[in-house]
Design a protein around this ligand. Sequence first.
Ligand code: ZN
Ligand code: FE
Ligand code: FE
Length: 290
Amino acid sequence: MILGCHVNFGSRQLLGSVKQALSYGANTFMFYTGAPQNTIRKALDDQLTTEAQILMKNNNIDINKVICHAPYIINLANKENLDSWHFSINFLKQEIKRVSLLGVKYIVVHPGNYLKQDLMVALDNIAQALNAILDNSFDVMILLETMAGKGTECGKNMGEIKTIIDKVQYKDKIGVCLDTCHLNDSGVDIALFDYYLDEFDKYIGIDKIKCLHLNDSKNSLASHKDRHANIGYGTIGFNNLINCLYNPRLENIPKILETPYIDEFAPYKYEIDMLKTKTFNPNLETDVKN
Ligand code: ZN
Ligand code: FE
Ligand code: FE
């Protein structure tokens, strides 16, 4: 089982991320190369990268399964503001280079928001942007995340994801990241996750799924909201999330928790423990705070 969570990439860069992941009992992790909400990025420190890679090796963290996430403000869908569309393309190009210098192979990207445009035009804009970004320069794959369909988010169903992927030239550089909270909120019943995988395999190919964000949801099926809940504390429920995590068809892909902090405390150590032991912890809040 490859299970980890979102961690920080602070002043100690990737080394700090690895140490944090290990402190939670994780064997993989996901990070943003800076703040999730902006695109200000510091130069990478090679020494810290080397130390991080050694620490990963010594602790059996496979760097090939580590995930980077692009900042939220990147929007590849909207070409009405051409400057910001080009900015997003250029930022992702640089980000791919940065990620490859770290030795990481995957970067998750939200497909984007179409705002006032036509959905089909927006999907085409995303594909155009991806074709401007992707080539064979770096061994890094972009993973499109399945979205909840909040506002004008693209990627809220399999059809939209497929439409984008079909237009991408470098097929081996594009994949998908499923998010259980987003799927639930978009209208996919996680209790029937295996049917979803069957459909996905028919339309897109199950081998395109390279990461799973494992989150419970604060809202009901098809609510189009996107508010993550702690594992077993939402509408998806503990057993359904266990079934996703242990699904044999997704055995080799990393599962990443993006569940909310409880007060200022990260819940990940306790949630990872619940998931590994397949035992729901009804005292998560008190355990996390102590
Ligand atoms: Zn995401
Ligand atoms: Fe996610
Ligand atoms: Fe989300």
